[in-house]
Design a protein around this ligand. Structure first.
Ligand code: BGC
Length: 742
């Protein structure tokens, strides 16, 4: 480079001087760090670093790390100083270089509660139940990377993500935040999503530990279940997710588990999580879930959202307990080290203050792919789908399809890039002032459908308020696409499985007027379909997020191949459920409620199989625009079970095969358990062979007497199928007896 003028040379020299000074300072800084802050030595393990740092802290500083405030203005108090503004905030320790914990919800994107950060939108991901319906660990990881990148770009270093309670009740208001009814599917996908978030140096939780499987009465609910059944179901899901995702923190739930509150449950936290599973991270409470200081002895490490609790138990009361010897100093050290250990392990110290620009366009493309892969084609008579782009006249009806797609309510609701397309108030208020409104993410299916149609085709719209009017319009069209929507939210359950606000009548009327009626469901979970056989096609699109409208249009018109399979059973009636009524339904929050999970580990399809009930659509089900043949099933191994099989695309279009392997019989008992699956896009005529190694815990029973998993010697029957009900082949394998640690 030629430096022409004197001035330029001075500037260049000055720049060199500044650069050398920076380098010199950095070197001095590094030396000083090594001497004064040995925990900043990245060659040490996270545990060693945490131990060194914890030793350098005063009791006051330690206690400060163990309780946190709501991160927004709350009950008249301003936003805590230093908080970026979201669910929670815990001040750092500048003296020691400990960054503040900036915590935000949740698993569907970085939230902005009450728009505390004016106009700060984030990519709204599809519901986790939608992500589960992709059956794609890769897409789960990718979703996590989107969330982690945005969290970090906005300055958050803890995401309250990884919601993964099992869908024991299809009416649970938060099922859309979770990954369905099967421990293997939920654990695998939630684990991958968490791994994706943490790959961006942002800690993720997994929550709500455990059995927060209904919203009704959640603050007082006692969820009761036998230990062996719990270990084989909800706990197994958490165990698998923790192994895969290595979450920095676990959020304990509001409810009680077998009598004791989850956040003060010695058995759950000390014995199972930290004892049996050797979980090294920290347990944070849900917001308002701490009822006593002694939770510190029961395994809780940090009190969150402290203003919501009746007092800040983990501040003065904890200090007094330490002074009185009621809580040992060693336990305080352990609590603190667990927090610090996760911060080091995930890279929060080494990558602190990494705010930066976010590529929202790229993220929108990523989440559109998730939304597309999540859509489940439930019915497709006379090959109605995919629709032709040359269809002359299409009537689009209902569901606010002219505006956007439905999003679920509560703490996980993402204020999207570009803002909500509209919010339709429903009246009333929920706990913590959750707003009751159908808020639409800004991706209009109507606009997307219009955008795909050929020249000369037209789309007409009716808002669906009057079934007769909608039917009249439907009768004038070649195809009618009617949207059925169900808004669900944290803090509420649906009383039953019907589509609300008379939409069944609307769909019935439209289907009667037009035999080529396609129903698009945007729901938080399963619904009943009393009009099913009158329709030509039905797809479940869930809450589909930032680009949901485009995803729906792309699947309907075959721009992309549908790849979704149900992660929850769609019952034919509430009477098929283990509890036809939700326990405590209609009761005021705070009134004690008990739920007895008598179905035990047989959640969802397993209970349907055991009681020989026929659902409308089984777990694992979903159509494709091509056809597949599954076969060549073989099982091998005597200790570990390995299963292999083939899938062939027998149709004329490419398509996603999702072959599934189930355990159907074990020595002395009939069973129905998902053992594994794979997913592949196959070209017409293409055959692929798959091999799965089965996790032994899926074959075992948990024995409380023997304290561990036991595989009985004998024959195990496995079946290959396209859902939990359609099996095309079965084989048997003799396994040796085996015992595994809990
Ligand atoms: C929810 C949690 C959430 C927390 C913080 C609670 O109401 O149950 O899932 O992370 O609030 O917003």
């Amino acid at each position: 480079m030629q430096l022409r003028t004197f001035g330029e040379r001075i500037v260049a020299l000055a720049a060199i001087a500044v650069a050398s000074a920076v380098i010199a300072r950095a070197a001095v800084g590094a030396e000083r760090d090594a001497a004064e802050r040995p925990w900043m030595n990245t060659a040490l393990s996270a545990d060693e670093r945490a131990k060194l740092l914890e030793r350098a802290m005063t009791l006051e500083e330690k206690i400060g790390l163990l309780h946190g405030r709501v991160g927004t203005p709350f009950r008249g108090a301003p936003r805590p100083e230093g908080a970026i503004g979201s669910a929670g905030y815990i001040a750092g320790i500048p003296r020691l270089g400990v960054p503040a914990l900036q915590e935000s919800d949740a698993g569907l994107g970085v939230t902005n509660p009450g728009e505390v950060r004016p106009g700060d939108g984030a990519t709204a991901l599809p519901a986790s139940l939608a992500l589960a319906a992709t059956w794609s660990p890769e897409l789960a990881y990718k979703s996590g990377v989107v969330i982690g990148t945005e969290a970090r770009g906005k300055g958050f270093n803890v995401m309250l993500a990884g919601g993964m309670n099992l869908a024991r009740d299809p009416r649970n208001g938060r099922n859309f935040e979770y990954f369905g009814e099967d421990p293997l599917l939920a654990g695998t996908l939630a684990g991958e999503a968490v791994r994706g978030i943490q790959s961006q140096n942002v800690i993720s939780t997994i929550k709500h530990f455990a059995l927060n499987d209904q919203e009704t009465g959640r603050l007082a609910l006692d969820a009761r279940i036998a230990e062996d059944a719990l270990r084989e179901s909800d706990l197994l899901a958490f165990e698998l997710a923790i192994e895969r995702g290595k979450p920095g923190s676990i959020m304990c739930a509001y409810n009680r588990v077998n009598g004791d509150y989850a956040c003060g449950n010695d058995w759950l936290l000390n014995r199972v999580l930290k004892g049996d599973w050797k979980y090294p991270g920290w347990v944070m409470s849900d917001w308002g879930a701490v009822h006593d200081m002694d939770y510190a002895l029961k395994g809780l490490d940090q009190e969150s959202g402290e203003q919501i609790d009746s007092q800040v138990f983990f501040d003065e009361p904890l200090k007094r307990a330490v002074a009185a010897g009621a809580v040992p100093q060693a336990r305080i050290s352990d609590m603190v080290r667990r927090v610090l250990r996760s911060m080091f392990a995930v890279g929060v110290f080494d990558a602190s203050d990494a705010r930066g620009p976010i590529d929202f366009d790229a993220h929108a493309r990523d989440v559109q792919q998730v939304a597309e892969q999540a859509i489940v084609v439930l019915r497709n008579e006379r090959a109605t789908l995919p629709l032709a782009r040359t269809t002359k006249r299409i009537a689009v009806i209902g569901g606010y399809a002219e505006r956007g797609v439905v999003s679920g309510g509560g703490s996980s609701q993402v204020f999207p890039v570009g803002g909500f397309a509209a919010s339709v108030p429903l009246g009333g208020e929920g706990q913590f002032s959750f707003w009751r409104a159908i808020s639409l993410h800004p991706s209009s299916p109507l606009r997307a459908i219009r955008g795909l149609l050929a020249e000369g085709s037209e789309v007409v719209f009716d808002d669906g308020r009057y079934p007769r009017e909608a039917a009249r319009l439907a009768a004038t069209a070649d195809v009618a696409i009617v949207f059925g929507i169900q808004w669900m939210s944290e803090n509420f359950d649906a009383p039953d499985l019907t589509l609300p606000q008379g939409q069944d009548d609307l769909i019935r009327a439209v289907a009667a007027a037009n035999p080529r009626t396609v129903v698009v469901l945007e729901t938080g979970g399963p619904v009943l379909m009393p009009w099913l056989d009158k329709t030509a096609a039905v797809v479940a699109a869930w809450y589909s997020g930032q680009r949901g409208g485009q995803a729906i249009a792309n699947v309907l018109f075959g721009v992309v191949e549908p790849g979704g399979r149900l992660a929850v059973t769609f019952p034919a009636a509430e009477t098929q459920l283990p509890r036809p009524e939700i326990p405590g339904f209609g009761q005021r929050e705070g009134v004690p409620v008990t739920v007895e999970y008598r179905e035990g580990a047989d959640v969802g399809y397993r209970d349907f199989a055991r009681r020989a009930q026929k659902p409308t659509f089984p777990f694992g089900y979903g159509l494709s625009y091509t056809t597949f043949a599954y076969g060549g099933l073989e099982a091998s191994g005597t200790n570990d079970l390995t299963v292999s099989f083939t899938a062939t695309n027998t149709g004329a279009r490419p398509g996603y095969a999702v072959p599934q392997i189930y355990l159907t019989a074990a020595p002395g008992r009939a069973e129905r358990r998902l053992l594994g699956w794979d997913k592949a896009l196959l070209a017409p005529g293409e055959t692929k062979r798959f091999t799965l190694n089965v996790d032994p815990r899926l074959l075992a029973r948990y024995s409380t007497a023997a304290r561990g998993w036991q595989i009985a010697a004998g024959k195990y029957e496995v079946a290959l199928g396209a859902s939990a009900e359609e099996f095309v082949a079965r084989t048997e394998r003799e396994l040796r007896a085996r015992k595994l640690d809990p």
